[in-house]
Write a protein that binds this ligand. Structure first.
Ligand code: PLP
Length: 277
């Protein structure tokens, strides 16, 4: 079951509705977060809340009255019966009914508490396949609800592709819901925050990598570096750290999950407690 906090109360999601006049529906004006629940606690909550505030501001949504209430709402929600001990908290702030030429003074918000579709073991063993996407993701620091630019290139159907990878003009930025990392010449290369969303998992992984002596280069990996790369992986709240086996027709390294991603994933799992609250 998924629980929803809306209009001052927690209720089954089937009882929660957004008016069709909301600018989320009319104009795609809404921002959100997906926060992992591990063992009934929230992972990286402060980083998520900071990013949420910035996303709302970037989208012109006046969230000042909503944001301070969220920690309490999250903490009470994860303790409720119906909220799984391993899952996701997903708060949304929508544009509401008023659009003042791109500013949204009366937003709505709701918070979903539910389970998670974990990465299948099979995909962890084989590595993910990413579909090249020639678009540039606009407003990179804003986590908006609009994923059409990443979904349309995926093409639907029963392809094995995990998600699409933004690679405009030969530069690799990020995947649909994950940041992207390339391992080459003993370095870990990833696009700088600002050019891409500053993923919470990305920043945890960079911290752990630095603490453990890995060399990091913050720049966009280039498409023409893919064939010579040793390995690649993606990071995100749902997938945590997931190896990439292939990008389009290009096989990465041996085509199997590599040792850097495996090492970082072990470090991630054993350090989760540092970011729980
Ligand atoms: C959510 C998301 C990420 C990953 O961020 P996390 O905080 O690690 O989950 C990366 N890129 C995009 C476009 C996203 O929407």
């Amino acid at each position: 079951m998924t629980l929803c906090y809306m209009n001052g109360k927690y209720a089954p999601i089937s009882e929660c509705h957004l008016p069709v006049t909301d600018m989320a529906i009319q104009r795609g004006a809404a921002v959100f977060e997906a926060i992992r629940i591990y063992d009934g606690k929230l992972f990286g909550m402060e980083m998520h809340l900071e990013r949420f505030a910035r996303s709302a501001e970037g989208a012109g949504i006046a969230a000042g009255n909503i944001l301070p209430r969220l920690p309490e709402i999250f903490k009470a929600g994860v303790k409720m019966e119906g909220c799984p001990a391993e899952g996701l908290v997903r708060p949304y702030i929508t544009g509401g009914d008023i659009n003042n030429k791109g500013s949204f003074p009366e937003p709505r918000f709701f918070v979903l508490f539910g389970g998670i579709n974990k990465t299948p073991e099979e995909e962890r063993r084989r590595g993910a396949v990413l579909e090249p996407n020639r678009m540039e993701r606009p407003f990179p620091l804003c986590k908006s609800i609009n994923y059409l630019l990443a979904l349309i290139p995926l093409g639907g159907g029963d392809k094995v592709n995990h998600e699409s990878l933004y690679m405009p003009a030969g530069e690799i930025t990020e995947a649909m819901t994950n940041n992207f990392f390339l391992c080459k010449d003993g370095k870990i290369i990833t696009a700088p925050a600002g050019r891409v969303l500053d993923g919470v998992t990305r920043s945890v992984v960079l911290t752990l990598a630095r603490e453990n002596g890995f060399t990091i280069e913050e720049r966009c990996p280039r498409e023409d570096e893919l064939p010579q790369a040793d390995e690649a992986f993606i990071t995100g709240t749902v997938n945590e750290i997931l190896s990439v086996a292939r990008v389009g027709n290009i096989t990465i390294g041996s085509g199997l999950p590599g040792p850097v991603a495996a090492h970082l994933y072990r470090l991630f799992l054993s350090n989760i407690g540092r970011w729980l609250s």
